[in-house]
Design a protein around this ligand. Structure first.
Ligand SMILES: NC(=O)c1ccc[n+]([C@@H]2O[C@H](COP(=O)([O-])OP(=O)(O)OC[C@H]3O[C@@H](n4cnc5c(N)ncnc54)[C@H](O)[C@@H]3O)[C@@H](O)[C@H]2O)c1
Length: 396
């Protein structure tokens, strides 16, 4: 009944999706454009059968390739990917493996990649390949953006979060002195290659964490998607192949649509930060002991709470958001994360951290709220006391 009411009362924002109807979404490649000009393709592939063609299309014949991966991902996929590249018309394929983990998403790791490129005489026409999750993609993209003032890079995302979010849109960067993504650049990938089969080795907690960004996509852009996620949560959390492909495709279309409209985050792209102002603050406060998606889940609850308190959404919509996050076993209270950190929760300190957030203009935090499930709005009037109240609603 509740869903029916939403669909009748709210006209869903179909403008975000272009050609495909929601009901008969078929997985096909997506071309991300800028000013109506194609910039790069998101290719859905089950065995990377497209490699030869890709090398030709990207003018990489005779060029060098450096695959960057982290220590967890490398053991599963690096050899396979390297041998696929070596079968193509390239001059060399080298690899660079760094220690997995957000704590290594820093300039030291980026400079180590760059050192390898220099030692191996990479020039402006050679290419970096990011094989891994968001950490690998963000750092490899950043290395590609600064090496010789910018070389090409290909995203091969292997985590759910990277497939639906971080590999698309060209935001690259590293953390700096504990502050998330403080140093970075916009640098578009040349191609994104998504092989959903790679999710089979992703640890369950990491897989579930990826659903926070997926649920965020639905909340900010598409109430049909929200309903789909609610109806199919059982299949989704159990990695049902068709269901997860559909979800990844749907989220990629939403991200594509937003980044095409606003490639460098001057306006609507900020909607993607829904849940991130307090989510990032919680992530830092918890000394990065929680996963990104777990903190974003708590941030989503806070942003929805503030939206409800301002009468922008109804109490039942707030409850529906909490219910959906719970269905995906994501945390919705501080009690839910006690198993990962026993740090005493200090609401004042978490709220204070938001001032150093990139989304702050120095005085005011650029907060993202919703006025319905499926529609986000930017608001710069959210006060520290509203944030603290929302954090208090997460319990202790
Ligand atoms: N650039 C963007 O637009 C954007 C958007 C959202 C998040 N991010 C960034 O992305 C990062 C989070 O991404 P993440 O959750 O993918 O983190 P991650 O890259 O650290 O990957 C999570 C963990 O899963 C492992 N892993 C990844 N794929 C695997 C696989 N297939 N099999 C086995 N293990 C695998 C990794 O080794 C790591 O231990 C954060 O740094 C966040 O700031 C960036």
């Amino acid at each position: 009944m509740i869903y029916l009411r939403i669909i009748i009362l709210r006209i869903p924002d179909l403008s975000l999706l272009t050609n495909n109807t929601k009901a008969d979404i078929i997985m096909q490649n997506i071309t991300v454009k800028r000013n109506a000009k194609p910039i790069y393709d998101i290719i859905f592939t089950s065995e990377y059968s497209c490699f030869d063609e890709l090398i030709k299309k990207l003018n990489l014949s005779g060029r060098k390739v450096c695959i960057v991966s982290d220590s967890n991902v490398a053991i599963h996929f690096l050899d396979e990917l390297k041998s696929l590249f070596e079968k193509c018309d390239i001059s060399a394929c080298i690899t660079h493996v760094f220690n997995a983990g957000e704590e290594n998403k820093n300039t030291d790791t980026v400079f180590a990649i760059i050192e390898d490129l220099i030692k191996n005489h990479f020039d402006r026409n050679d290419v970096l390949v990011a094989l891994g999750g968001g950490v690998t993609g963000d750092m490899t993209g950043f290395a590609a953006s600064i090496y010789l003032r910018g070389i090409k890079f290909i995203q091969v995302p292997t985590s759910l979060l990277a497939m639906v979010d971080s590999s698309i849109g060209g935001k690259t960067g590293v953390d700096f002195k504990g502050y998330k993504n403080m140093v970075g650049a916009f640098h578009m990938p040349s191609t994104v290659l998504i092989n959903t089969g790679n999710l089979s080795t992703l640890p369950k907690r990491e897989y579930i964490s990826g659903f926070a960004e997926i649920i965020k996509h639905a909340i900010i852009a598409d109430n049909y998607y929200f309903k789909y996620l609610m109806d199919n949560y059982n299949k989704a959390v159990n990695l049902d192949t068709d269901c997860i492909k559909e979800i990844i495709y749907w989220s990629c279309r939403i991200k594509q649509s937003v980044v095409e409209k606003d490639p460098t985050e001057k306006g609507i792209r900020a909607h993607l930060n829904f849940g991130h102002t307090l989510g990032h603050a919680i992530e830092k406060y918890m000394d990065f002991k929680l996963l990104h998606g777990e903190c974003i889940s708590l941030g989503l609850v806070c942003a929805a709470y503030i939206s409800m308190k301002r009468n922008m959404i109804a109490a039942y919509e707030y409850t529906m958001i909490i219910d959906l996050l719970k269905k995906y076993t994501l945390p919705v209270s501080f009690a839910d994360i006690k198993q990962y950190s026993d740090k005493v929760i200090d609401y004042d300190e978490i709220a204070a951290i938001t001032k150093s957030d990139k989304k702050s203009d120095g005085k005011r935090v650029k907060f993202v709220l919703i006025d319905s499930i499926g529609n986000a709005v930017i608001d710069t009037s959210v006060t520290e006391s509203e944030m603290k109240e929302a954090l208090r609603a997460l319990g202790e």
